[in-house]
Design a protein around this ligand. Structure first.
Ligand SMILES: Cc1ncc(COP(=O)(O)O)c(C=O)c1O
Length: 420
């Protein structure tokens, strides 16, 4: 069954899917259906090739005066340019790291150096713990953590509560662009405006949002924004955008001989060069997708935006099909926005529970039929506690990506109906 949006999408689904080799797998004789995207996306062949190419031709440490080291430096610079095009900033505002969590711990420690007892940080109970625990750790310096509430009925952030928690003592406001558990998209431009009004920094976790829509850090005006390439069709690596002035002024914890140039001063130790080569290629994958949709896209940035806008549109159609089908299943509890007219406020990631079945049982039975979903709290532990599901297995999470199809959604719905 296809929804109206899916029939009219400009995305060439079969052309896209053939680029992702893992999508062709079968499990127990069933075609594998990857609805585990919020935990990590599949990667196109060209990303795999770029990683192999780096290791087989350019493999070296950076900063050496010989051919492969020079190629490595060139590759690193190209990757910064690629991520700058993805996020809408300059290349020297991009730092790479092991993952978003370690980059955030590094930045919270660096910012924490400047904080004193009584300073406040505002967090939310909607967020992944990677944008919570690194800030909460600063309590040992006497920093006060304030946690913004949600509206339980639709799992949206309570902006009035958040605004009420920001005051002249607030130094950082750390919020997710989208929830990896229930899909809610937050108005991070407004959060940033509220933070800046009192002179606080805004730190945005875009890990969940990045594969689902365009990002413009200048429009958001955030001070930092972090994401992870493995969620947007690349390898397992984290990426941090920081406003140039902050990356230059703040003091990172680093070894003494390592450069003090920015942004490299934020990259502790030797990086995963082969994966960084893969990051450039995954941005190029999106850009080529964008060019195939909009021949007038003159720059890579414009091409990436064209791709992300079409992906967003397509995924909204799929989400409508998924959510309306789920809501018809007897005994199913749904957490988050269900009204299609509000889908601009959500990603195609849904959290459900079904009476009489634990989320782990459901995930395991779906797996037996080739369907990959996640169960538990996915580290959004404040939310699973807040909604009272932590002690009973959390949620079943179903996440869509642009390589998923209406037929896959239909198979999921049919299989879930059979199981329950
Ligand atoms: C919303 C969100 N933030 C942060 C993280 C942590 O990212 P990383 O695995 O790169 O540390 C995740 C991982 O699932 C996530 O979904």
């Amino acid at each position: 069954m296809l929804t109206a949006q899916n029939e009219t999408t400009k995305l060439d689904l079969s052309g896209i899917r053939t680029q992702f080799p893992s999508l062709a797998q079968t499990v127990n004789g069933h075609p594998a259906i990857f609805l585990d995207g919020p935990g990590g996306k599949q990667v196109p062949q060209r990303v795999i090739d770029a990683i192999r190419h780096y290791l087989s031709r350019d493999n070296a440490n950076s900063g050496g005066n010989y051919e492969t080291a020079r190629r490595t430096d060139k590759m690193l610079l190209e990757a910064r340019h690629a991520m700058a095009d993805f996020l809408g900033c300059d290349w020297d505002e991009i730092a790479f790291g092991q993952n978003m969590t370690s980059l955030t711990f590094a930045m919270s420690r660096a910012i924490g150096r400047e904080l004193k007892a009584g300073d406040e940080i505002v967090l939310t109970c909607l967020d992944h713990d990677a944008n919570f625990a690194p800030w909460k750790a600063l309590e040992e310096r006497g920093v006060v953590i304030r946690v913004a509430e949600i509206h339980e009925a639709d799992c949206t952030l309570d902006m009035a509560d958040l605004a009420g928690k920001i005051n002249s003592r607030t130094k950082v406001v750390a919020v997710g662009l989208a929830s990896n558990a229930v899909g809610t998209i937050n108005d991070v431009a407004e959060v940033t405006r509220l933070a800046h009004k009192v002179g606080a920094l805004s730190y945005i976790d875009a890990v969940h949002y990045a594969p689902h829509g365009p990002i413009d850090v200048r429009a958001i005006d955030c001070d930092f924004l972090v994401c992870s390439a493995y969620k947007f069709f690349g390898p397992h690596m984290g990426v941090m955008y920081g406003k140039r002035e902050h990356l230059q002024r703040l003091t990172p914890y680093k070894v003494r001989p390592a450069t003090n140039d920015s942004p490299q001063r934020w990259e502790v130790g030797t990086l995963n060069h082969e994966c960084i080569a893969g990051i450039t290629e995954c941005v190029n994958y999106l850009a080529d997708l964008g060019r195939s949709l909009d021949a007038s896209a003159a720059t890579r940035r414009q091409a990436v935006l064209a791709a992300m806008k079409e992906i967003q549109l397509y995924e909204r159609g799929l989400a409508e099909q998924l959510i309306s089908g789920l809501l018809k299943i007897r005994g199913l509890m749904f957490y988050g926005i269900t009204d299609p007219s509000r889908f601009a406020q959500r990603c195609p990631t849904v959290a459900v529970r079904v009476d009489g079945h634990t989320p782990a049982e459901l995930a395991s039975q779906l797996n037996d039929r080739g369907i990959f979903t996640w169960d538990g709290n996915y580290y959004a532990i404040n939310l699973s506690e807040r909604l009272g599901v932590e002690s009973s297995g959390g949620f079943l999470r179903i996440g869509l990506a642009h390589y998923n199809t209406a037929n896959e959604v239909e198979t999921l719905l049919k299989t879930l109906r059979e199981i329950v």
